[in-house]
Write a protein that binds this ligand. Structure first.
Ligand code: FAD
Length: 407
């Protein structure tokens, strides 16, 4: 019997290449913003794409790329720094998306250096401190890290900081340990949060810029991670590190100040999630069109189309939340609970998307070579850092009910 014509073949006039930015949020960007993002995408495609899987497999960071990235001038984009107008959060958000579309570790490098470290100095530092550190950080001549989490303090770090700072004349003596600190093995400046134990102090949380050469400071790379393997997370030891008063962030007086940094950076983790969802969507669509089983592309099956539509739905909903969060930040009305919801919602949707994309690729979904496995693993880190889903949910739940469920 002659073969039936393939009823599942391409439909004339159907859109075969759906843009992952399905609701065209990029149209909110002006021409200059779009040009900067195009340059960033071109740079990442040329420099990072060819080497990223190899560096991930070896758990190494491609340090040689840092000076090459500097001329793009994308660090501290939303900050008011000399010689550049502060840019909209929409732009720095889309920049996070672009980094994460290629590699979440690079997005984390960007988030830690540009968001957490530069953001802390900008928000909590004096004018003199901003002038001293931020220009070199913008040029990537000095790399920043953010030291909050401790071996015994992750989720409850707000109330349980064990790292101490004691004032001694014009200096502070810092003792303690930090864990999981991104960029920690090579950062020049580590924004370090510690509890003030000076006699007569209020015991509040203070922020210090610890410089890597300071005696008593050491960093050890954390090994054997199965996610964000390119990110260099470190255990930090602070053993009687003497930090001048001039390195104490002059406007950081309590954990509320630390929290104001996290509020903004949780928004940027939402953007990174959308970047990874974009990456796996693009790979999964292409694979569904190319891979033939039972005599036709697997994308002609309803069950595969269902997964693709779910990924696109998650991506689109998350991008909408990220965009609106950025606009609220620009308007100065972004609240803790909005950052918490964006972070927990988008990373939860991300976890679904990487699993569905991996499913569409069958066995190839677990091979590094096919563009999903690395993102699949990295999503686990995005899900847990900057506050786990549970902790961000408790922040949202407290806002909903007015009742704190933190114990
Ligand atoms: P824990 O606090 O021990 O929590 C374990 C589990 O218990 C989680 O599921 C948590 O949600 C749950 N839990 C805890 N309390 C409650 C509760 N009351 N109700 C319900 N569930 C609860 N930190 C930095 O300071 N700087 C960095 O640069 C940095 N980078 C990181 C990079 C990576 C890849 C990772 C994995 C972490 C990084 N962190 C960093 C630390 C990160 O913020 C913490 O891992 C995170 O806050 C969770 O803390 P924890 O791992 O200690 O988990």
């Amino acid at each position: 019997m002659a073969d039936e014509p393939n009823k599942n073949g391409p439909v004339p006039g159907a859109r075969a290449d759906i843009d992952p930015d399905f609701f065209d949020y990029r149209s909110l960007l002006d021409k200059d913003e779009q040009a900067l993002l195009a340059d960033l995408r071109a740079w990442l495609t040329e420099h990072l794409v060819p080497i990223v899987d190899d560096y991930w497999a070896r758990a190494e960071f491609p340090h040689q790329l840092i000076p090459q990235l500097a001329p793009l001038d994308v660090m501290g984009l939303s900050l008011d720094l000399p010689g550049r107008e502060p840019q909209r959060r929409l732009l720095s958000g889309f920049a996070s998306l672009e980094f994460a579309r290629i590699d979440s570790s690079f997005a984390s490098f960007y988030g830690v250096h540009s968001g957490l470290a530069m953001g802390s100095i900008y928000q909590c530092g004096s004018d003199e401190q901003r002038d001293r550190w931020l220009p070199a950080m913008r040029r990537l001549e000095k790399i920043g890290a953010f030291g909050l989490t401790e071996p015994h303090g992750g989720s409850d770090v707000a109330g349980g900081l064990e790292t101490t700072a004691r004032r001694d004349g014009d200096e502070w003596v810092i003792d303690g340990a930090k864990r999981w600190i991104g960029n920690g093995t090579f950062a020049d400046l580590i924004v370090t949060w510690a509890k003030d134990v000076t006699d007569g102090s209020d015991g509040g949380v203070r922020g210090f810029v610890v410089e890597k050469e300071m005696p008593g400071f050491s960093a050890t790379k954390m090994e054997n991670k199965m996610a964000l393997r390119i990110t260099q997370n470190a255990d930090l030891t602070l053993d009687g590190v003497r930090v001048p008063e001039a390195n104490r962030l002059q406007n950081a007086n309590s954990f509320d100040d630390t929290n104001s940094i996290l509020r903004a950076t949780r928004g940027s983790v939402a953007w990174s999630s959308v970047g990874v969802m974009t990456a796996v969507y693009e790979v999964a669509v292409q694979y569904a069109k190319d891979r033939v089983q039972f005599g036709r592309p697997i994308g002609a099956n309803q069950l595969i189309q269902d997964l693709l539509a779910r990924i696109l739905g998650n991506l689109t909903a998350s991008l909408g939340m990220a965009v609106r969060g950025a606009q609220l930040q620009d308007d100065g009305v972004f609240h803790d609970e909005q950052g918490a919801l964006a972070k927990s919602f988008c990373t939860s949707r991300l976890r679904e998307c990487v699993a569905w994309a991996r499913e569409i690729l069958g066995g190839n979904g677990i091979l590094l070579d096919y563009g999903i496995a690395r993102h699949f693993n990295d999503a686990e880190a995005l899900y847990s850092y900057e506050g786990t889903r549970e902790i961000n949910t408790l922040i949202v739940g407290r806002a909903i009910t007015g009742l704190s469920a933190f114990t």
